[in-house]
Write a protein that binds this ligand. Structure first.
Ligand SMILES: [Zn+2]
Length: 550
């Protein structure tokens, strides 16, 4: 028997955490046909991998590639890391469903990328969006959650109130439609507008819809600093009362948290001990590069820039906004803790097109030079630059990242998006270490250079474990019958070359990447192939498999 392709003489990592062995992996018709001792399999084509590691392609459970992958279907920054599947629709943000009456809010919500021609916004339903994704081809597989913010916006815009009973009914209908179309579950972003305006009961009601379809609940919880333990407890309660598995997203405590990560993980362990299926993901970066406007109170963030500027220019509303940031009534996203606690030396300006002289400086330094209060500097930069003012917020203690990495119920995600070193996605170059370097970075730093994780353990956390979590039972393992999503890497050479300096670069040491049996990355080259599939969640029946393609 000669197979389509054989990856010969590799150190095979099965994805389940077992020690590697010398083996050949044969591919036929997009799937793995055989895994056998090295030197035993013959292919029409053979790639001698010369002792490099052969592993299942990485599954990134927490990304925001929903629109960026339409702009760059080659998914450059993802696939070059060895990533073969992205879960999108996270943190409550999915670009569908869309309601005509609230279309403008949805477009604004996604910012500048909304205006790109590839982002047609011709879809309205979740199904139409998934079809748009598939139609032009994709380099990697994509599976989507239905975002709570999208559901809420479609029904009640950005209103800061509870839904009426009929509004909640409508959200449930839209979610049912999304689950029927193949959403893998519901995501929330309970620190962002409009998710932060939703009460626990609203989420439980929606979770009950997800439960009927055996989906999962993934949450950017209601505060990851002062309120982290209450927020983890809320996520667990939602899972329990709705009857759905829970995935707590990027769960590192952020600056201002009263405890280290062992405390939030203990709540997860206790829930699991009671028989509740709760798991966690986390990325390994200590900083983030959002717009400065993300630090404003949520009911202001989504307003037109002119309105935000007017509020900040008026001394009375300016001081009121300042008080609200410190009060943190609706717990704001992690980086805002640096404002609340006056950690101005940890905020470094990344982009400010109208204030070029301050790029690369901290708010503390700028304040000293200008003889101004740091809050005033922060607000003035927003007035000058609108949403284009972005900063690097250094807000996570690396010790917490290590604690999370080593916990068996924690998988690894990027919290990034598919980007590219050219075109709109690099203009201006966004904050990106997570998007360009997450997975090679973990293997280089926390496996090879410092033994935080074993190689097999790290691979499990980015392959079979996330596959199991999302019901992708025929991916994430090197076993006959599984889809041939495969990465070949050189552990000696592997490194992410993604820093906060420009230009960004793709990683090194990822030598081959196959998606559904097709070669997409060969050394430094993207082959241009688009073999990725839009995966749709289905309830298992005797005929249908757990997932299927469009
Ligand atoms: Zn998030």
């Amino acid at each position: 028997m000669r197979f389509d392709l054989v990856l010969a003489d590799g150190r095979v990592l099965d994805g389940c955490g077992n020690p590697w062995f010398w083996g050949d992996v044969a591919i036929q018709g997009g799937r793995i046909a055989e895994v056998a001792p090295a030197g035993t399999l013959q292919g029409q084509e053979t790639i001698d991998v010369g002792g490099r590691f052969v592993a299942p392609g990485f599954i990134d459970v927490h990304t925001h590639s929903d629109l960026s992958i339409l702009v760059n279907r080659r998914a450059e920054s993802a696939v070059r890391q060895g990533v073969t599947t992205h879960i999108i629709g996270n943190c409550g943000m999915s670009p569908a469903p869309v309601d005509e009456d609230h279309f403008d809010e949805m477009r604004n919500f996604w910012g500048r990328i909304s205006d790109q021609q590839e982002v047609t916004w011709r879809w309205r339903t979740f199904d139409q969006y998934l079809k748009t994704l598939q139609r032009g081809g994709l380099a990697i597989n994509v599976a989507s959650l239905a975002g709570h913010a999208a559901l809420r916006m479609a029904v009640m815009g950005l209103d800061a109130r509870d839904p009426t009973p009929s509004e909640l009914d409508r959200m449930e209908e839209l979610l049912t439609e999304a689950m029927e179309a193949g959403a893998f579950g519901l995501s929330t972003g309970l620190v962002y507008p409009p998710g932060c305006f939703a009460g626990t009961d609203e989420i439980i009601a929606l979770g009950q819809v997800v439960s009927r379809y055996h989906g999962l609940y993934a949450s950017h919880i209601r505060g990851e600093r002062e309120t982290i333990l209450e927020a983890v407890a809320e996520a667990i309660r939602i899972g329990r009362e709705a009857g759905v598995p829970v995935q707590i997203s990027h769960n590192a405590p952020k600056f201002g948290a009263p405890c280290d990560a062992t405390a939030n993980l203990r709540l997860v362990e206790e829930a699991r001990a009671r028989g509740q299926d709760v798991t966690v993901d986390n990325d390994v970066h200590t900083d983030l590069g959002p717009p400065l406007t993300g630090g404003l109170p949520q009911y202001i963030q989504e307003r037109p820039v002119a309105e935000i500027s007017a509020l900040l220019q008026n001394p009375a509303t300016r001081s009121q906004i300042r008080e609200e940031i410190v009060l943190d009534r609706w717990p704001a996203f992690g980086p805002a803790g640096l404002l609340k606690h006056g950690q101005w030396h940890r905020i470094t300006i990344l982009h400010a097109p109208k204030s070029q002289d301050v790029v690369g400086q901290t708010i503390e330094t700028i304040a000293r030079k200008r003889g101004q209060d740091p809050f005033d500097v922060y607000f003035d930069l927003i007035i000058e630059n609108g949403h284009d003012a972005e900063a690097i917020f250094d807000y996570i203690d690396e010790a917490n990242i290590r604690i999370l990495l080593q916990h068996p119920a924690v998988m690894i995600c990027s919290d990034g998006q598919a980007l590219a070193l050219y075109g709109f996605l690099n203009d201006p170059p966004p904050y990106s270490p997570c998007s360009y370097g997450e997975f090679p970075g973990v293997l280089a730093r926390y496996v090879r250079d410092e033994p935080v994780l074993t190689l097999e353990g790290a691979i499990r956390k980015v392959t079979s474990f996330p596959a199991q979590r999302f019901g992708l039972m025929d991916r994430g393992v090197l076993r006959p019958g599984a889809w041939a999503d495969i990465v070949v890497f050189d552990l000696e050479r592997i490194r992410d070359r993604a820093t906060n300096l420009y230009p960004h670069r793709y990683p090194e040491g990822i030598d081959y990447v196959l998606v559904n049996g097709v070669l997409v990355v060969e050394g430094e080259r993207h082959t241009g192939a688009l073999p990725g599939k839009v995966l749709r969640h289905q309830i298992k029946t005797s005929e249908a498999s757990e997932t299927s393609e469009v």
